[in-house]
Structure formats: structure tokens, C-alpha cells
Ligand binder design. Sequence first.
Ligand code: PFF
Ligand code: NA
Length: 446
Amino acid sequence: MNATLERWSTRRAFILAVTGAAVGLGNIWRFPYITGENGGAAFLVLYVAFVLLLGLPIMMAEILIGRAGRRSPVESLGHLAALAGASRHWRFLGLFGAFTVFCILSFYSVVSGWSIEFFVTAINGGFVGRDPAEIGAGFEAFLADPWRMVFNHTLFLFMTMTVVAAGVAKGLERLNNLLMPLLYLLLMLLAGYAATTDGFGTALAWLFRPDLAAITPMVVMHAMGHAFFTLAVGACALMAYGAYMPERQSLPHAAGAVALLDVGVALLAGIAIFSVVFSQGMDPGEGPGLMFVTLPIAFAELPWGALWLSTFFLLLLLATWTSSINLAEPMVATLQGRGLGRGRSATLVGVLVWLMGLLSALSFSTLSGWRPLFGMNAFDLVTTIPTEIFLPVGGLLIAVFSAWVMPRHEAQAALGVGESGFFLWRTVVRWVSIPLAALVLAAGLL
Ligand code: PFF
Ligand code: NA
């Protein structure tokens, strides 16, 4: 009886940790604005296809490597490569992942900082009685204020690195699990309210009736990057969690459950946000400010709006907190593997990410004229290149390693399925995921 209970709770703990990593800004902030910039339904169809054909199979690949290696990502890759008689250079894939999460965390912290500011504003009733134009102008003024941007970035990163240094992420995940249903409920409430607005029908048609002519190689590339980003796949961050996965747990079931939840959160957020967009005659391609402008407008019209809105930003903050802990973990684990203490590793990572994050925080004010590449400023670059190039490249290599390099019986045991299940997974990874990711990367880059 006890043993059963114990196993149940650890299985659950694993799903919680992965859900915590997956559900975050990607669902509620990034999904709506990227969908808005890329034509709506056409993008959505591609994104869901990539979640099924790439994200999910490669998520399993990534976790199974960690589970089979039972070490940090760098060491697991080196160990399994040695077992297979392959090059030890596969270890560098772990370092590449650490570099990818370094870039991602630098802007993730800045945008999560926006939620802190919005939470405080909402709790003080700052959005009550404001009309949409005022709310939009307020957001612009906030972005243009270097001090508030840096302050919130600093605060959020400090919150993240403190939890990482203390090693209490598990406690936070449990809290997250408790509150996740509440986030779901709030988004459902919001989507329900959206159904009563004028923009609802337009929003549904725009989200679910694809215009195939809107599909270009760049839209395909954006959709692939977003599938990796939202599932937290491609940076060896989930590989680190795989090392702690309990013996008897089906990896495909766990991964499938997380993906379903993740897409569900994104869809609810999308329905709510685009209903506001079309009710207010706003531009869906408004960019990274989309969620931060539309949701205060929507909540402002509900009874008890300030209460709902502050609750919403609090829950969002919690979701981004667990994601950023997962983003920091591979870097801290790598430094720790080199003999540095946990506290020092976390401090060093925190300082480096903070410095890098300044580029994003200031790119709406002090550094707005600095456009080092393709006419994009620092924020645009760091929100695009690591997500749309580094994650897919990392994911592709993870897939190759798991399906072509790793010894077969190791891979099958770590996937936790029978003969035919393994054959199905490996066939999909070998002949669908790998060629598809390579093709899209090639088409996007060339
Ligand atoms: N999946 C997270 C989100 O949707 O917000 C972001 C993320 C976490 C990306 C961890 C990559 C990663 F390794
Ligand atoms: Na996500």
C-alpha cells in the first residue's frame, strides 16, 4: 500500500515538474502575439502539427536520454555515447543547450518582470475605469522607462535564482500544481466572457479557419520554433528532469499529458485575447505587447475586474517562475558538475543572465536605436534566434542521438514501452521528425 502511494506521488511529481517547465509565457504571452503576427489559423494549424510530429516525439527523446543516463545532460550524453562507441563530442550538445537557455532566460526574466509590474498595478486598481487607449499608452510608457524595466527584471531573476540556489523547486512545483487549475479556470472564465463580446465570432474564424495562402517558409519556421519553445524542448532542460524520472512510468503518457495541457492553455488564452482584439478593432499583429494590453482591457469590463486581473497576473507569475527555474537548471547543473558549489553556480548564472537581460530590458528605451542584425533590436533578436534556430537545431541533434546513436535496448527501457511502441516512436523520430526539422531549418535559413 505504502509502496503504491510512494510511486504514485513520484510519478505525479515528474509530470508536475515537466508541466511547470512547459506552461509559461510561451502559452499566454508568446502564442497569441506570434499567432497574431503570422496570420492566425494557418499558423495555428502548423503549430499543432509541429507539436504532434516534432515536439512530442522529441520531448520523449530528450527525456529518455536523461532517464537512461541518470546524470546531468552533459554527462548523460557523454556516457551514452561512450556506451554506443560513438564520439564523446556529443557532450557538447549539452553545452549548446546551456547556451540556448542562457539566451532565452535573459528575455524571459524581463517579460516575466512585466507581470510583476502588472500584478502590482492591478492590485492597486490601476486599470479600473481606464479606456483601451489609456491602457495602451500606459504600457508604452512603461516599456520606455529603463528604470522600471531593469527593476522588475532584477526582481524576477532574483526570485528565480534564490529558488534554484536553495534547491526548493519541488515546493514551488507543488504550489504550481495547486494553482494551475485556477489559472485554467480563470482563462475559461475569460474565454466565456469573450463569447459574449462582438469580436468572438471573428476571433474564432480567424483562429480556426485557415487561409492556406498565408503559409510562407517564414511562417513555417516560426511555427516550428514555437512548438519547441512552448514544450520546453531542444535545450536539454527537460533532459535534466529525465534523470529523476521514476522507474515504472510510461514516458509517452506523461509527455502526451503535458502537451495536451500546454496546447489547451494556449488556445484558451488565444480565444480570450483575440476576442478583445476584434471587439476593440485592434491589430492582431500588434506584437509582444498584445497580451499586456488586451487582458487589462477585458478584465476592466468585468465586475470585480481588479481582483480577477491581479489574480491572473499572480498565477502567470507563478507559471513563469517554474519555467525560468527549469531554464536556469541546466546552466547551474553544468557549473556544479565542474566542481563549483550550488550557491556559487546559481550566483554566477544569475549575474551573467542579468547582464545579458539588460540588453532586452533597455531595448525599448536607451538601446532602442541599436539594431545589430537584420534591423532588429536586442529584444527582437534574442526572442527570435534562440527560439527559432537554436531550439530546433538542438532538438534535431537530440533526435538523431536518441534514434540513431543510442544503444537500442537503453532507449527502449528508458522510453518505458514495449517492442511495438518503441518501434512506432523510433520510426516517427527517424523518418518524420528528423527529416521534417532538417527541411524546415534548411528552408528557413537558406
Ligand atoms: N516552455 C516555456 C514556456 O512556454 O513559457 C519556455 C521554455 C522553458 C523554453 C524551458 C525552453 C526551456 F528549456
Ligand atoms: Na508552453
